[in-house]
Design a protein around this ligand. Sequence first.
Ligand SMILES: [Zn+2]
Length: 68
Amino acid sequence: MDQPTPHPAPSGSEAQPVVCARCGTEAPDGAPPTWTCSVENGTRQYFCVDCARANLRAIEGRLDSSWW
Ligand SMILES: [Zn+2]
């Protein structure tokens, strides 16, 4: 019996459905390349394109020179 392998994910992490941490948009096939992945306190969070843009300034604002 043949077993089709539609998505040979290397680690499996990208095949899991993800939800935008900001607006709740779901991505059943995993986070698209356009989404932004942010790790905060050990928890991986995803942001859709729109939210990533809206969040970009806030994220960059937190990572200013004082972060070094
Ligand atoms: Zn979103």
